[in-house]
Structures are given as structure tokens and as C-alpha cells.
Design a protein around this ligand. Structure first.
Ligand code: F3S
Length: 81
């Protein structure tokens, strides 16, 4: 299974993630992305039917801010990819 969260420190509001994976990512008022699944905590399993979208978003982010892990995220998104 996969977990995901956006590193909002490095997100530049590119907007590609929400196009690739509209059921996973949305943006705040400033265009900074977050995961809709779990308020960007990276603790809820990405539904299997969305995994392909997730990989597209992960590959498509220009700043590698879409983080994907096989385990739930703790508090340090920067360590995980
Ligand atoms: Fe940000 Fe990357 Fe999405 S820069 S808006 S996380 S594609």
C-alpha cells in the first residue's frame, strides 16, 4: 500500500499534481498542494484505484514535493521519497 503527502515547504504551486490526481490533491488559497485523503498527514492508505494517478503526480511534480511512502508518514516529509 502507499501513502502520500505534499512537502509544502518545497511546493511551488505548479498545479500538476491536482491535474494528474484530482481525487488525491487539491490546493490552498495560495496554490500550495495538499492531500485530500487525510489533510496532508500521509496517514491514510491511498485507495488502490488511485495509485496510478498518484505515481503520475509523483513523477510530474517539478520540485519533487509529492512524497510517496510504503509506510505512514510521521512528521518529517523531507526524509521520505
Ligand atoms: Fe506543488 Fe508539485 Fe503539486 S510543486 S502544486 S506539489 S505538482
Amino acid at each position: 500500500s502507499k501513502f502520500t503527502a505534499v512537502d509544502q515547504e518545497t511546493c511551488i504551486a505548479c498545479g500538476a499534481c491536482g491535474i494528474n490526481a484530482p481525487d488525491i490533491f487539491d490546493y490552498d488559497d495560495e496554490g500550495i498542494a495538499f492531500s485530500l485523503l487525510d489533510s496532508n498527514s500521509g496517514t491514510v492508505i491511498v485507495p488502490e484505484h488511485l495509485e496510478e494517478d498518484l505515481i503520475d503526480a509523483w513523477q510530474g511534480c517539478p520540485t519533487d514535493s509529492v512524497k510517496v511512502s510504503e509506510a505512514p508518514f510521521k512528521n518529517n516529509l523531507k526524509c521520505v521519497k
